[in-house]
Design a protein around this ligand. Structure first.
Ligand code: FE
Length: 288
């Protein structure tokens, strides 16, 4: 691309209510019939409820191979433990970027904190060459995620990538991700560079924003995901604050598409059918 262009909204998708794990109620935004994937992003779930009955059974032991799971907590806690001895608790504002690689078996159990539990889980594919890499975690508490005040009522937490010259803690060269948590007062604006050719989406979780420039700008409301067209930046403006006093809040996510064949079934995301069968066999024989 040799001219600068501001990304627009190519489509707006609402999530589908579903349940996963041991009956956790959640909203699946990517990885459902209206948006099956957005290479390299395979799945986006929003979980958010004030009713502990919706989540307390959690996600008991289950495997993953061949991709990364990214959990970002807004409210409540997530206690996790895997079969390699890694365990801990994600508190509000923390992120766990788990590279499942050749395989882990873990549990993810939400815990109440003043009754609320809210956050996201994003699945990001790994290139074929990295699918059987050793499992690893990049896990950061809220104090390790830089918060940038952009002025004019715009604030950003930088989980991955760069915003206003500040770099987030996550390192993942393969997909080179950007993951920003954006907060906009009414009329506040964010202009964020995003590499041309990268897939990008904005998911609004509170309030309403305008996305794009000039006549092509589109309004995106709470619990809507905007798939962005190609371009080298995005412009977002906060609309009126919701009557309940919350602000306009969204996650802005972008990454380099892998453009590789995907063979996936449940918690395994490989490149070929043979590798999927091998994943089942390895899991069942206890080789994760
Ligand atoms: Fe999991």
């Amino acid at each position: 691309m040799n001219t600068q262009s501001v990304r627009a909204v190519s489509r707006v998708v609402r999530g589908m209510p579903t349940s996963d794990g041991a009956g956790v109620k959640l909203t699946r935004v990517i990885g459902q019939p209206r948006l099956s994937d957005l290479d390299p992003f395979l799945m986006l779930d929003e979980f958010g409820t004030d009713n502990p009955g919706d989540y307390i059974a959690g996600f008991p032991d289950h495997p993953h191979r061949g991709f990364e799971t990214v959990t970002y907590m807004l409210d409540g806690r997530m206690r996790h433990r895997d079969n390699h001895g890694h365990e801990g608790v994600l508190v509000p504002g923390s992120v766990q970027w788990m590279t499942a690689g050749r395989g882990i078996v873990h549990s993810e159990m939400p815990e109440q904190q003043e009754g609320r539990m809210r956050g996201f889980q994003l699945w990001i594919n790994l290139p074929a060459r990295d699918k059987m890499t050793a499992p690893k975690y990049q896990e950061f508490g809220p104090e390790r995620i830089p918060a940038v005040d952009l002025g004019g009522g715009a604030r950003v937490r930088v989980i991955a990538g760069r915003a206003a010259g500040v770099t987030g803690p996550i390192v993942q060269p393969a997909t080179d991700p950007t993951y920003l948590d954006v907060e906009l007062e009414p009329g506040a604006r964010l202009s964020q560079p995003l590499a041309a050719g990268y897939s990008a989406f904005l998911y609004v979780y509170e309030g309403t924003v305008r996305v794009g420039a000039g006549a092509s700008a589109a309004t995106v409301g709470a619990h809507e995901l905007a798939v962005l067209t190609d371009g080298d930046s995005v412009q977002i403006e906060g609309r009126e604050a919701p009557p309940d006093g919350t602000l306009n809040r969204a996650i802005l996510v972008a990454g380099r598409p892998l453009r590789e064949p995907v063979a996936k079934h449940g918690p395994f995301v490989m490149s070929t059918r043979e590798e999927l069968i091998q994943a089942f066999e390895d899991y069942q024989s206890g080789n994760f």
